[in-house]
Every structure is written in structure tokens, then in C-alpha cells.
Design a protein around this ligand. Structure first.
Ligand SMILES: Nc1nc2c(ncn2[C@@H]2O[C@H](COP(=O)(O)OP(=O)(O)OP(=O)(O)O)[C@@H](O)[C@H]2O)c(=O)[nH]1
Ligand SMILES: [Mg+2]
Length: 287
């Protein structure tokens, strides 16, 4: 991307990072949550520094928002890097049982060590860490099978730390999402904006929608699945050909049809539909 369209680092994120640094001392395990659509862009550069010698679980959430072929490709890639990815859908609960079991298993290992040193056993303390809106709070609610923490569509919902007990063996700490203070790569910033991981105050909705249309044009999906550009065409009745020539033209035509010519509202609708998974599974990053 040639021009910088996305600016951020709101004050509440700086506060979130300070809170995070204080709470890290109190936990044994970091459950890192990333967005399956953008596993690279939701990997925080400070992660290794934060984890140090703590236990670590890597969770890829929103598995329902990508195609199974992309999931397998990423899963293999992580394996090659010596990492095991736990895939889940924190909205309907798929894969969350395995996360709970893995956390408890790591807690057991910690307790075995404590026991061998003559110390009392206790529940493992885990912190959910990740970018805003990746689904950390939704995951916690799934792990306890109750709505105990607030979870909703916009980034920056969780503003303070909150401990949640999951049975006798696991204590979870819900924390606000964190972002790197600087992001040199504007392509990654665009993907974070598309996935609603950064607040809308940081960018111009129309510019982001135009760039999304250009991604859609080139989007290669696995064989037998409908191409996202065809989904767009079916959904909004605007031919792909127009978008191919000019994403601005597509937005204008779609706005004429659906939002009384208001391109800003149309841009918002397009992004909302993507975020609600109405344009089909789209991997914005592949290994
Ligand atoms: N489709 C789908 N939606 C999900 C999934 N996980 C979470 N969501 C939705 O994504 C939205 C954001 O979830 P949150 O749990 O608030 O995300 P968070 O990481 O806690 O966000 P912050 O507190 O802002 O950092 C909610 O509307 C969830 O219902 C998932 O796996 N699939
Ligand atoms: Mg939250």
C-alpha cells in the first residue's frame, strides 16, 4: 500500500499493555489467541518477551471463517515450525473442550513439579492474550459454559482484567486486547482493519472497503468452493467485471442499488457483511 491509511494506538491499548505486564507475573500459562483469517497479522511481536519461560498454548479462533483447506495448510505450517495450533470456534464452542483439556494438562505438569518441591497443588492460572476482537472473551465464556465476561462485535470491548474460575483446576484471566505500538507494515494494518481488530476511528471506511474489493478480485479459494467475487456478485447484483476495472466503480454501483448512492454506507455494509461471514470463508493470509 503506498499511502498510510491506517493510524492507531489509542490510549486504552497503552493502558491494556501496562495491565498485561503487571498480570503476567501472576500467571503460569499464556493462552495466545489469534484470528484464523490472519494468523500472521495477529501474532504480537512482544509475545516471546511476555511468555519468557511460561507455558504457552496457541489458539487459532474463528475457524468457521476460513475454508478447511486453508486450515489444513496453516496447521501443517505450524507443525513444521514445531508448534501445535489448537483450532476453535468460540462462538459455537467447536474445539474449546480440547483447549480446556490442554490447559489442565499443562497445569498438571506444573503441579507435579510443585509437589516434587513439597509445595501445595493449586489451579493453573492462565491469561488469554491477543489482539482486540480475536475472540478471547468469547472463548472464556465457552470454557465456563456461561456468559461471565462481556463479548461483542467491536474491538476494545474488554477494558479491565477479570479472573474467572473454570472448575477446580483452571483459573482464567480475561484481558483487554493488545496491539503493537507501531506497525510498519500497512498491509497487515489493512487486514487488521478488515477483521475489525482495530477501532474504526483509525481509518477511513471507504478506503478500506476499496482495498478489500481489490483483495476479493484476486482471491483464490480452494477448488469447488464459490469464489468470493461470485458471492459478491450474487449478493449485491453487481458484476465482477466492473470491480475488475475499478473497485471505486463497483462501490458506486452497489451504493446506487443498495444505499441510495451513499458510498460510505455501502462501504460499511460490505465490511460488516464480511465480518459477519456473509461473503463466505475468506483467508486473508496463507502460509
Ligand atoms: N464467527 C465467529 N465469531 C466469533 C468467534 N469467536 C468470537 N466471535 C465473535 O467475535 C466478537 C468478538 O469477540 P470477543 O470475545 O468480544 O473478542 P475479544 O478478543 O475479547 O475482544 P476485546 O475484548 O475487544 O479485546 C463477538 O461478537 C463474538 O461472538 C468465532 O470463532 N467465530
Ligand atoms: Mg474481550
Amino acid at each position: 500500500m503506498s499511502t498510510q491509511i491506517i493510524q492507531w494506538y489509542p490510549g486504552h491499548i497503552a493502558k491494556a499493555e501496562r495491565q498485561l505486564n503487571l498480570s503476567l507475573a501472576k500467571v503460569d500459562l499464556v493462552i495466545e489467541v489469534r484470528d484464523a483469517r490472519i494468523p500472521r497479522s495477529t501474532s504480537h511481536p512482544c509475545l516471546q518477551k511476555w511468555i519468557k519461560n511460561k507455558k504457552h498454548l496457541l489458539v487459532l479462533n474463528r475457524r468457521d471463517m476460513i475454508h478447511s483447506t486453508s486450515l489444513s495448510a496453516w496447521d501443517n505450517w505450524f507443525r513444521q515450525q514445531g508448534q501445535k495450533a489448537l483450532w476453535c470456534n468460540a462462538k459455537d464452542g467447536t474445539g474449546t473442550k480440547q483447549i480446556k483439556e490442554a490447559a489442565i494438562q499443562l497445569g498438571q505438569e506444573l503441579n507435579d513439579r510443585r509437589k516434587s518441591r513439597g509445595m501445595q497443588q493449586r489451579a493453573v492460572r492462565a491469561l488469554t492474550l491477543g489482539f482486540p476482537n480475536v475472540g478471547k472473551s468469547a472463548l472464556i465464556n465457552r470454557l465456563v459454559n456461561r456468559k461471565v465476561v462481556q463479548s461483542s462485535r467491536r474491538a476494545g470491548v474488554t477494558r479491565s482484567l477479570r479472573w474467572v474460575r473454570v472448575g477446580q483446576q483452571l483459573d482464567l484471566l480475561d484481558a483487554p486486547g493488545v496491539l503493537p505500538s507501531r506497525l510498519e507494515n500497512q498491509e497487515a494494518a489493512l487486514r487488521l482493519a478488515l477483521c475489525d481488530d482495530i477501532g474504526q476511528a483509525s481509518y477511513d471506511v471507504e478506503s478500506v472497503a476499496i482495498r478489500f474489493l481489490r483483495i476479493i478480485e484476486q482471491c483464490e479459494q480452494p477448488r469447488f468452493s464459490i469464489k468470493p467475487c461470485h458471492v459478491l456478485e450474487q449478493r449485491y447484483g453487481i458484476k465482477l467485471k466492473e470491480a475488475k476495472q475499478n473497485a471505486h466503480l463497483w462501490l458506486k454501483s452497489a451504493a446506487d442499488h443498495h444505499t441510495s448512492g451513499n458510498t460510505n454506507r455501502m462501504a460499511q455494509r460490505l465490511l460488516d457483511d464480511f465480518r459477519k461471514n456473509l461473503i463466505g470463508p475468506i483467508s486473508l493470509e496463507l502460509p
